[in-house]
Ligand binder design. Structure first.
Ligand code: HEM
Ligand SMILES: *[C@@H]1O[C@H](CO)[C@@H](O)[C@H](O)[C@H]1NC(C)=O
Ligand SMILES: *[C@@H]1O[C@H](CO)[C@@H](O)[C@H](O)[C@H]1NC(C)=O
Ligand SMILES: CC(=O)N[C@H]1CO[C@H](CO)[C@@H](O)[C@@H]1O
Length: 314
C-alpha cells in the first residue's frame, strides 16, 4: 500500500499533471535554448523572411492537432502528411528546424522535442525582427500522427464571425485573435489569395481597398507566382504598423481588411494601431497561449530524433 502511494505520488501524478514550464531543459539540456538562438540568428542574418516563415509554421502546427510538430512530418508511401494539404501551400522553414534539431541532437540526443524547437525558434525570430522579447514555456512532446485529412485551416475570405468561432474552439478570445492576425505584420501572400479583391478581377474597385494599393497589386500580380507584402509599410518588422495599414484600407487579404471593419474587432484594431507597446505585450502573451494549444506533455507522444519522421517503434 505504502509503495503504491509512493509510486502514485512521485511518478504517476507528476505525469498526469505535467504542464509546460519555463526552462524545462535547464538540467537535461542546458544549452538547448542558446543553440536554437544561434541557429536562428545565423539564418536571420542572411534571410529576414525566416520570421514570417516560422510564425506561420507555428500557427499551422498548433491549429491542427495541437503544437506537436505534426506539421513537420514528411509524407510516406502510406500516408499524405499535414504539410502536403492544400492549406500548407508555401509554409516554409522546415530546413531551419532541421538545422536546429541536428545541432541539438549533437549535444543532447533524444531530449528536446521538435514541437519545442518550433516555439523557441519563432520566439527568437520575432525578437530579431523588432518584436517583443518573451520567455517560452517548454516541455512539449512530439505527436505520433500527421495526416493531411486533419488539416482544416481557414482561408483568407473567411468572415470574421466564423473566424471568431474557429479561434474560440481553441480557447482563444477575440482580442487574442486580432493580436495573432497581427503576425501578418511580416511576410507575404501570393496573388491567388487576394486577387478576387482586385479591380482587374472584379471589373470595378473594391470599396474596402485603397485605390493606390489596388493599382499597385494589379501591376504586381501580372507577373507569375507573385506575392505581396502583407504589411505594405514595415514589411520585415514585427510591429503594430499592420493595424495602421488596415485602418488606411491597405490590408492585402480580405480577412485582414475585415478586422478593421467588423464591429467586433475594430476597437482592438484601433487600440493596437495607436499603442505599439500594448500590441507588443499582447502579441507576446497571445503567441505564448497559442503555443499551449492541445500540447502533449509528460510521457505522451515522443521526442523525435528527426523532425520529419516518427521514431521507429520497437
Ligand atoms: C486564421 C486566420 C488566418 C488566415 C485565413 C491566414 C491566411 C494566410 C494566407 C492565405 C497567407 C498567404 C500564404 C502565401 O501566399 O504563401 C498567410 C501568410 C502568413 N500568415 Fe496567416 N492566416 C491566418 C492566421 C495567421 C496566424 C494566427 C499567424 C501567426 C500567428 C499567421 C502568420 C502568417 C505569416 C507570418 C504569413 C507570411 C508567411 C510568409 O511570408 O512565408 N497567420 N496567412
Ligand atoms: C504501409 O501499408 C502496408 C499495407 O497496409 C503495411 O504493410 C506497411 O507496414 C505500411 N508501412 C508503413 C511505413 O506504415
Ligand atoms: C510607415 O511606418 C513608419 C514607422 O512606423 C511611419 O512613421 C510612417 O508614417 C509610415 N508610412 C506610411 C505611408 O504609412
Ligand atoms: C511542402 C509541401 O509539402 N507542399 C505541398 C503543399 O500542398 C500542395 C497541394 O496539395 C502539394 O502539391 C505540395 O507539395
Amino acid at each position: 500500500m505504502k509503495l503504491i502511494s509512493i509510486i502514485l505520488f512521485f511518478f504517476v501524478l507528476p505525469l498526469a499533471f505535467a504542464d509546460l514550464q519555463l526552462g524545462f531543459y535547464a538540467s537535461s539540456c542546458r544549452k538547448a535554448e542558446s543553440i536554437v538562438q544561434q541557429v536562428v540568428q545565423k539564418r536571420f542574418s542572411r534571410d529576414k523572411t525566416i520570421t514570417a516563415a516560422l510564425l506561420r509554421m507555428h500557427f499551422h502546427d498548433c491549429f491542427v492537432r495541437g503544437c506537436d510538430a505534426s506539421l513537420l512530418i514528411d509524407s510516406t508511401k502510406n500516408t499524405t502528411s499535414e504539410k502536403q494539404s492544400g492549406a500548407n501551400a508555401s509554409v516554409r522553414g522546415y530546413d531551419l528546424i532541421d538545422d536546429v534539431k541536428e545541432a541539438i541532437e549533437a549535444t543532447c540526443p533524444s531530449t528536446v522535442s521538435c514541437a519545442d524547437i518550433i516555439a523557441l525558434a519563432t520566439r527568437d525570430a520575432v525578437a530579431l525582427s523588432g518584436g517583443p522579447k518573451y520567455s517560452v514555456p517548454t516541455g512539449r512532446r512530439d505527436g505520433l500522427v500527421s495526416n493531411s485529412k486533419d488539416v482544416n485551416l481557414p482561408g483568407p475570405t473567411i468572415p470574421v464571425t466564423i473566424l471568431t468561432q474557429f479561434f474560440a474552439a481553441k480557447g482563444i478570445t477575440v482580442e487574442e485573435m486580432v493580436t495573432l492576425l497581427g503576425a501578418h505584420t511580416v511576410g507575404v501572400a501570393h496573388c491567388g489569395f487576394f486577387s478576387s479583391r482586385l479591380s482587374s478581377t472584379r471589373g470595378k474597385p473594391d470599396p474596402t481597398m485603397d485605390p493606390a494599393l489596388d493599382a499597385k497589386l494589379v501591376e504586381l500580380c501580372k507577373a507569375s507566382n507573385a506575392a505581396a507584402f502583407l504589411d505594405q509599410n514595415t514589411s520585415f518588422v514585427v510591429d503594430n504598423e499592420f493595424y495602421k495599414q488596415i485602418l488606411l484600407k491597405r490590408g492585402v487579404m480580405q480577412i485582414d481588411q475585415q478586422l478593421a471593419l467588423d464591429k467586433s474587432t475594430s476597437t482592438f484594431v484601433s487600440n493596437f494601431a495607436s499603442n505599439g507597446d500594448k500590441f507588443g505585450k499582447s502579441f507576446a502573451s497571445a503567441i505564448i497561449k497559442m503555443g499551449k494549444v492541445e500540447v502533449l506533455v509528460g510521457n505522451q507522444g515522443e521526442i523525435r530524433k528527426n523532425c520529419r519522421v516518427f521514431n521507429k517503434r520497437s
